[in-house]
Design a protein around this ligand. Structure first.
Ligand code: PEP
Ligand code: MG
Length: 569
């Protein structure tokens, strides 16, 4: 049978035996729902407390084990986040059951359903991943309330490949402890917690295989290629041989890559490239050290408070920014001010002024300039922390000199108000077509610029960055996007540093293309840095310049990929 093509979300190769996971089993068991009398409220609270305690007990970090790999930071973070969610959901369930006079199971089902529905309506990938977490925690608590059995991990066969409609994050953590070989799912985005965990654990994973749970039966032999995103069912001898060869090649490259992580990122002809990390939470700063990066090139601060019911205070923000800056020990920290609006809308602003679904027009810098108090408080906190650390400020979705100069004026005002002695370096995100036509004015005001290829691509090519799309036509590889990047690099010249911080900066060939276009700073999800470093160390800057020049003449992303293929031959 031909390999089945899906979307590769975690690299690696696995030769294993299918285990089809029925994630609907818990649901089919159902739960008792009934109305209660006021006199029963206390007893129901007691049952909820027990389920909360048991759920949290399960989510405790495992004792360090003498055998097996240590838990990766990401799995620790998922367990900690779920433990907090158990507490938050339990508080809501308590209120709901007392108000509505329903039993605890029914209250839990309503609370989880409402939270999930709300998050499902939002297009943002990050929030969709939170929706999975809430269902995951809800399912765990329900299991303790109803006494349903847990997913039978002990029955995992050797080299098990889990085949599921979707896998929830805590299930991925549990499965990873029992020697799972690979994950194959119908649903689940590249940015879901499960995908992030699979990458951190080194478990190959392929998603987007619609109907896979009905096509594959437990016990079938599977070859999973997490590089190409394919699954081969019942492989032939020829397929097996080709697979083994690719796997050996991959293993060799992994060994070489790990050894290269401590080496400087310099091309073969001596061009130094600065590799930085993108983070969205303070604890992710640990990854900067792990991957030997030169600092944080993009701290997406809007994710810090999206689910907060209260406006983030000056003190809270100072604490977080200081924590991250201290962890970097002198390396630069680029803090992007809240990139809110559109699909990123915090709970604390869900007021009548904006309504539950704010206008798509109000976003990025425009949102901040409309929400002055929020913006000014954040800017003051950043300026405060920047007095004692290398902290720089980046403004999102700049469309010209007018919004940029108003943002700068807010920084100047904060410097005055605080009686501060230094103004931090200020940068503009170049991620709208408008900014490309206002480059000179923006550059005249900027200390640095950062190209956001995610939004630049979507707005230039009239596409949707969240679409699960297997074609390459609407990616940053499009020649129009490359010409835009070239235009920014040329206009900035030697005077203004240019970083690229969109997702594609973490793709080794694209990173080479960027270097060929003259970019010298790349900021990416830290786990993606090792292959980029390795690719750039093997790159000749002058060859990349030639390829980049040819790429600028191409008409399609396919032609540009072909340039790389020709070069490898
Ligand atoms: C981008 O648009 O490329 C970018 C880095 O910003 P974000 O992904 O946060 O929109
Ligand atoms: Mg953006």
């Amino acid at each position: 049978m031909h390999p089945w093509k899906g979307i590769a979300i975690s690299p690696g190769y696995a030769d294993g035996v299918a285990m089809v996971y029925d994630d609907q089993a818990d649901h089919r068991l159902g739960f008792p729902d009934r109305d209660i009398l006021p006199a029963e409220i206390e007893a129901e609270h007691g049952r909820l407390n027990d389920a909360t305690e048991q759920s949290q007990g399960e989510l405790k970090q495992p004792e360090p084990s003498a055998v097996g790999p240590a838990a990766p930071d990401d799995s620790t973070a998922v367990l900690a986040a779920h433990s907090q969610l158990v507490r938050d959901i339990a508080a809501k369930v308590k209120q709901h059951l007392s108000r509505e006079l329903v039993n605890v199971e029914q209250a839990l089902d309503s609370v989880v359903g409402t939270l999930v529905d709300r998050l499902c309506q939002i297009e943002n990938e990050y929030l969709r991943a939170r929706e999975q977490d809430i269902r995951d925690v809800g399912r765990r608590m329900m299991r303790h309330l109803t006494g349903s059995p847990r997913f039978g991990l002990s029955s995992l066969p050797a080299h098990a490949v889990i085949v599921a409609r979707e896998l929830l994050p805590s299930e991925a953590v549990e499965l990873s402890r029992s020697g799972l070989a690979a994950i194959v799912t119908e649903q689940g985005g590249r940015d879901s917690h499960t995908a992030i965990l699979a990458r951190a654990l080194g478990i190959p994973a392929v998603t987007g295989l619609v109907g896979v749970t009905s096509q594959i039966q437990s016990g079938m032999r599977l070859l999973v290629d997490g590089q190409a995103g394919t699954v081969t069912i019942a492989p032939s001898a020829v397929e097996q041989a080709a697979f083994s060869k690719s796997r050996e090649h991959y293993q060799r490259s992994l060994t070489a890559m790990a050894a290269d992580e401590t080496l400087p990122c310099v091309t073969r002809d001596g061009m130094a490239i600065t590799l930085l990390g993108n983070i969205g939470q303070p604890e992710e700063v640990e990854q900067i050290d792990i991957h030997h990066l030169s600092g944080v090139g993009l701290f997406r601060t809007e994710f810090l408070f999206l689910e907060s019911h209260e406006r983030p205070s000056f003190d809270t923000q100072c604490e977080i920014y200081t924590q991250v800056a201290n962890a970097l020990e002198g390396r630069p920290l680029v803090i992007r001010t809240f990139d809110l609006g559109g699909d990123k809308f915090p709970l604390f602003l869900a007021t009548q002024q904006f309504g539950p679904q704010p206008s798509r027009h109000l976003r990025g810098m425009r949102f901040s300039l409309a929400e002055r108090l929020l913006f000014e408080t954040q800017v003051r906190a950043i300026v405060h922390v920047a007095q004692t650390a290398d902290v720089r400020i980046l403004f999102p979705m700049i469309v010209g000199s007018h919004d940029f100069s108003r943002a700068i004026a807010a920084v100047d005002q904060a410097v005055d108000k605080l009686g501060a002695s230094r103004r931090p370096a200020l940068g503009a995100m170049i991620e709208t077509p408008a900014a490309l036509f206002a480059l000179q004015e923006i550059l005249a005001l900027a200390d640095f610029v950062s190209i956001g290829t995610n939004d630049l691509t979507q707005y230039m090519l009239a596409t949707d960055r969240h679409a699960v799309d297997l074609t390459d036509e609407c990616t940053a590889w499009h020649p129009a996007v490359l010409r835009a990047i070239q235009r920014v690099v040329d206009a900035a010249g030697q005077d203004c540093p240019v970083c690229v911080c969109g997702e594609e900066a973490g793709e080794p060939d694209f990173a080479r293309l960027l270097v060929g276009l003259g970019v010298r700073e790349l900021s990416m999800t830290p786990v993606r840095a090792a292959p980029v470093r390795q690719a750039l160390r093997k790159t000749d800057g002058s060859t990349m310049r030639q390829i980049a020049n040819q790429a600028l003449q191409c008409a399609t992303p396919g032609e540009i990929r072909q340039l790389f293929a020709d070069q490898r031959d």
